[in-house]
Design a protein around this ligand. Structure first.
Ligand SMILES: CC(C)(COP(=O)(O)OP(=O)(O)OC[C@H]1O[C@@H](n2cnc3c(N)ncnc32)[C@H](O)[C@@H]1OP(=O)(O)O)[C@@H](O)C(=O)NCCC(=O)NCCS
Length: 232
């Protein structure tokens, strides 16, 4: 992949705000969406999630001029304090097929592991073989957590953040307490999820059959969607 003196780094977008436009362009190239809406989403990147991570490559020193190679966004997962939800995984078109997608995902795993997380979840319409190749397996639907509005009633948040069917009557309020990570005692405890819960991705359709070729799950538009996860 690339030249021998190439350096790859993974950095949060909010540490490199000058790359905001380039990042919006990278995502827009793949998934056309209003520019304003895209910028709005990207500008919410923060250390307390959602976090947009950029894979950058530079020649020689990491301080020098760099090229935006790829992007991934990470959000917390409701009721799973050690999990992160991965989305908007993309590598610049001109650089695909050269190993950068693998590097992006591996660096993301490393980034998450270093912060005490132990599992990544994601959905995909058609890249299930790519993710399986990188060690992901079919998984169950989870609810990701993202910023919405500071004015959501606490009761509503509590309902969104509870396992379906669980008894919520004794639970006082959000956010839930986060126990220290079991896999990495020395790593910092992940920060509490932001106090705003947004959507549940995908719904379980009729039937239980699930493979890399067929899925029982559908997204909000009714399109087949594969839920995948990886212990990291
Ligand atoms: C999916 C994507 C990120 C992959 O990036 P990439 O740089 O082309 O992938 P890589 O070259 O790093 O491939 C890594 C490995 O996965 C394999 N691979 C790549 N795409 C694959 C696919 N569709 N099915 C199976 N294997 C695949 C490669 O052969 C390679 O194997 P190797 O490391 O053993 O040699 C890129 O194609 C992309 O940005 N696509 C558009 C956006 C998108 O669909 N994102 C996913 C949303 S869920």
């Amino acid at each position: 992949m690339g030249s021998v003196s190439e350096e790859l780094t993974l950095v949060p977008l909010h540490r490199r705000p000058e790359l905001l436009e380039a990042c919006a362009e990278l995502l827009h190239e793949e998934w056309g969406r209003s520019r304003a809406s895209r910028l709005h989403t990207l500008q919410r990147s923060s250390d307390s999630f959602p976090t947009c991570l950029l894979l950058l490559r530079s020649q020689g020193s990491a301080e020098g001029p760099c090229q935006l190679v790829g992007h991934v966004r990470l959000s917390r997962v409701a009721t799973r304090p050690h999990s992160l939800f991965v989305e908007s995984v993309v590598v610049a078109r001109a650089l695909r097929g050269q190993g950068y997608g693998r590097k992006l995902m591996e660096a993301t795993e490393q980034w998450a592991r270093a912060r005490g997380f132990g599992c990544l979840h994601l959905t995909t319409h058609d890249k299930q073989h790519f993710y399986a190749h990188l060690g992901f397996v079919l998984g169950e639907p989870v609810q990701s957590v993202a910023f919405l509005s500071p004015n959501i009633p606490a009761e509503l948040l509590r309902l969104f953040s509870t396992h379906p069917g669980a008894d919520t009557s004794t639970r006082p309020s959000l956010p839930p307490a986060l126990p220290p990570p079991v896999s990495s005692p020395a790593a910092p405890t992940p920060p509490a999820p932001p106090p705003n819960v947004i959507w549940a991705r995908g719904v379980l359709a009729e039937g239980n059959g699930s493979s890399l070729l067929e899925t029982p799950h559908r997204d909000a538009k009714g399109l087949p969607i594969f839920w995948m996860k990886k212990d990291i």
